[in-house]
Design a protein around this ligand. Structure first.
Ligand code: FES
Ligand code: MG
Length: 573
C-alpha cells in the first residue's frame, strides 16, 4: 500500500498497534474477495441510499453500477455502503425529523470507514441536504449525484407531475369535482416511474442548488432517472471521485460562502422550494457560516424567476433537461454569479459555463430580460408575528392577496385543524387568515409540510381557490398559494404565533416584507404571561429525546445544535 493510496489506512481502527490494525483490516477486506491489486488503489466509498420504502431511489442500484464503472475505469476501487434512506411519504412523523439522523449516519460512516473519497447518491427531498450536511462535517473529498427526476405521467390526455398535480387533483376531489373512482385511477399515474418529483419541488430544487454550489458535475440535476444520460453522469462522477481523492478536493474547498451564495441565487432563479432555505441554513451551519436571510431577500429583488416549471410555471424537469439543464439557467444569470468558485470538476463555475455546448432555442428557461416573474421566488417577512422571520413563496401566491388584512382563524394543532377545517359550523370567510400553530420543528414534531392548509370545504365548494394562510410549518415545494411559512420562533417554544387568537386582525404586506398581528403590545404581554409551554409526549428516550433536546429553529436549518460547526467564520450570502 503506497502513500498515494492511503485507502485502507484511512480512519484506521486503533488497537494501540497500527501494524496489527492494518493487518486485521486487510484480513477482513480479503474476505470480500478483493485481490491485493484491487486494494492498492484509491478507495471510493459510495453511499447506497436504496430502500424498498424509497420509490424516488428505485434506480439507485443501476446508478451505483455506473459509478463503480467510472471509479474502476479511473483506477480506483469502489466500495458501496448503506446509509439511512428517507422517502417523503413513508417517514413518520416527518421526513424532516429523520434528516439529521441521516446526516449523522453519513458523517460518521464516511469518517469511520476507510475511503479516500465518497460519492453521495441523493434524490428524494431530505436525502440531498442530509448527505451534504454529513459530507460537510466529515470533510472527506465528496461528490454528489442524484437519482434524477421522474418522467411525467398522463391522465385522460393531460400531462401530470407529482406532486403539484397530486395536490391540485385532491383539491378538486375535496370540492366535489372529481370522484373517488377517478382518484383511485390517478394513484397509478401521478408518479409513473423511478425518480424524484418532476416539478420544482424540494428534490429538484436541492439538486439544482447542489450543482450550482459545485458539489455535482454539470448537467446532473435535471437528467431524468430513466435517461441513459443519468448513467453516463454517474459514471463520470465515479471517475471524477478518483481524481478528487488524489487532489484532496474536500467539501470545505468547494462549499465556500460564495458557492453557497450561488446556490441561493439559483433558488431564486428557479422559483425553488421554500424548504431549500432551511436545508441551506443547515449545510451552512455545518461549515461555520450563518445564513443572512435579509441578504437573501435583497438578492431576490435583483434575481428574477426564469424557469417555467410547475408549480410556478408549466413545464417539468425532463423539459429542463432537454433545454440544457442548469447550464442554460447559469448562462442567463452569469452576471449575478460568483464565477471563481471551484467545483467538483476541478474547474471554476465560470470555466464550466464557458465550456458548455452553445444554447439553442427553447421555452423552459427565459432570458434575463423576459422573466416569468421579475423578482426572486421567495420573500422574507418580518414583524411582531415572526421576529426571526417567516417566508412566502411569492411566485406561487395570488397577486391580489399580497397586501391583505384579515381576521385570524386559529387552529391549535394539526389534529385541531383536521377536526374542524371542514366543519360546516366553522366561522370562516374567504378574506380571513387561516393560522396553524404548533407545527414547527418541536411542535409537531419535525416541522411537517402542513403549511399548505386546505381551503375549508365550505369555501372550496363556493369556488374559493386561495386564502392567506400562516403557520410555523413548512410546505412542500410542489404546493402553491398565498402561504406564509416557517414563522420563527415557532409556537411550541413561545414564539408570537402562539399568542394569536381567533378574531385578531393580521396584516400581510409582501411588498414591504411585513407580517403583523394588529394587537397592542400590552395585550400581547398579558397573553404571553398566560402562555403555557406544551409538554413533549413520548420524548423520554431515544432519537425523539435527542430531537427535542437539540433541534434548532428554522432560521438555523432545524439542525441539532451540537452538530453545527462551533466556530462561526462567515455569512451566506
Ligand atoms: Fe421523493 Fe417527491 S417524494 S422527491
Ligand atoms: Mg416534497
Amino acid at each position: 500500500m503506497n502513500e498515494k493510496t492511503k485507502g485502507m489506512r484511512a480512519g484506521l481502527a486503533n488497537y494501540g498497534d497500527a501494524g496489527f490494525s492494518l493487518f486485521l483490516r486487510k484480513a477482513f477486506i480479503a474476505a470480500m474477495g478483493y485481490s491485493d491489486d484491487a486494494l492498492e488503489r484509491p478507495i471510493i466509498g459510495i453511499t447506497d441510499t436504496f430502500s424498498g420504502y424509497n420509490a424516488c431511489h428505485r434506480n439507485v442500484p443501476e446508478v451505483i453500477d455506473a459509478i463503480k464503472r467510472g471509479v474502476m475505469l479511473a483506477g480506483g476501487l469502489p466500495i458501496e455502503f448503506p446509509v439511512v434512506s428517507i422517502h417523503e411519504a413513508f417517514s413518520n412523523p416527518t421526513s424532516m425529523f429523520l434528516r439529521n439522523l441521516m446526516a449523522m449516519d453519513t458523517e460518521e460512516l464516511v469518517r469511520a470507514q476507510p475511503m479516500d473519497a465518497v460519492v453521495l447518491i441523493g434524490g428524494c427531498d431530505k436525502t440531498v441536504p442530509a448527505l451534504l450536511m454529513g459530507a460537510a462535517s466529515a470533510n472527506v473529498p465528496a461528490i454528489m449525484t442524484v437519482t434524477g427526476p421522474m418522467i411525467t405521467g398522463h391522465h385522460r390526455g393531460e400531462r401530470l407531475g407529482a406532486c403539484t398535480d397530486c395536490r391540485r387533483l385532491w383539491g378538486k376531489h375535496r370540492a366535489g369535482e372529481i370522484s373517488a373512482a377517478e382518484i383511485q385511477e390517478l394513484t397509478g399515474k401521478l408518479a409513473p416511474a423511478a425518480g424524484t418529483c418532476m416539478v420544482m419541488g424540494t428534490a429538484s430544487t436541492m439538486a439544482l442548488m447542489t450543482e450550482a454550489m459545485g458539489m455535482m458535475l454539470p448537467g446532473g440535476a435535471a437528467i431524468p432517472a430513466v435517461h441513459a444520460d443519468r448513467l453516463r453522469h454517474a459514471e463520470a462522477t465515479g471517475a471524477r471521485a478518483v481524481a478528487m481523492a488524489a487532489e484532496g478536493l474536500t467539501p470545505d474547498k468547494i462549499m465556500t460562502p460564495a458557492a453557497l451564495a450561488n446556490a441561493l441565487r439559483v433558488l431564486h432563479a428557479v422559483g425553488g422550494s421554500t424548504n431549500a432555505l432551511v436545508h441551506l441554513a443547515a449545510v451552512a451551519g455545518r461549515l461555520g457560516f450563518d445564513l443572512d436571510l435579509e441578504a437573501f431577500d435583497r438578492m431576490g429583488l435583483e434575481t428574477p424567476v426564469l424557469v417555467d416549471l410547475k408549480p410556478s410555471g408549466q413545464h417539468y424537469m425532463e423539459d429542463l433537461h432537454r433545454a440544457g439543464g442548469l447550464t442554460t439557467i447559469l448562462r442567463e444569470i452569469k452576471p449575478l454569479m460568483n464565477l471563481d468558485c471551484v467545483t467538483v470538476s476541478g474547474k471554476t463555475l465560470g470555466q464550466q459555463i464557458e465550456e458548455a455546448p452553445p444554447s439553442w432555442p427553447q421555452e423552459v428557461v427565459r432570458p434575463l430580460d423576459n422573466p416569468i416573474y421579475s423578482k426572486g421566488g421567495i420573500r422574507l417577512l418580518r414583524g411582531n408575528l415572526a421576529p426571526k422571520g417567516a417566508i412566502i413563496k411569492e411566485s406561487a401566491a395570488s397577486p391580489v392577496l399580497m397586501q391583505h388584512t384579515g381576521r385570524a382563524v386559529v387552529f391549535e394543532s394539526l389534529e385541531d385543524m383536521d377536526r374542524r377545517i371542514d366543519s360546516p359550523d366553522l366561522d370562516v370567510r374567504a378574506d380571513d387568515v387561516l393560522v396553524l400553530r404548533n407545527a414547527g420543528p418541536k411542535g409537531a414534531p419535525g416541522m411537517p409540510e402542513s403549511g399548505y392548509i386546505p381551503i375549508p370545504r365550505k369555501l372550496a365548494q363556493q369556488g374559493v381557490k386561495d386564502m392567506v394562510r400562516l403557520s410555523d410549518a413548512r410546505m412542500s415545494g410542489t404546493a402553491f398559494g398565498t402561504i406564509v411559512l416557517h414563522a420563527c420562533p415557532e409556537a411550541a417554544v413561545g414564539g408570537p404565533i402562539a399568542l394569536v387568537r381567533t378574531g385578531d386582525l393580521i396584516r400581510l404586506d409582501v411588498p414591504a416584507g411585513q407580517l403583523e398581528l394588529l394587537v397592542d403590545e400590552d395585550e400581547l404581554m398579558r397573553r404571553r404571561a398566560e402562555w403555557v409551554a406544551p409538554e413533549w409526549t413520548g420524548a423520554e428516550r431515544g432519537y425523539r429525546r435527542l430531537w427535542f433536546d437539540q433541534v434548532l429553529q428554522a432560521d438555523e436549518g432545524c439542525d441539532f445544535a451540537f452538530l453545527r460547526n462551533p466556530t462561526t467564520t462567515g455569512t451566506v450570502p
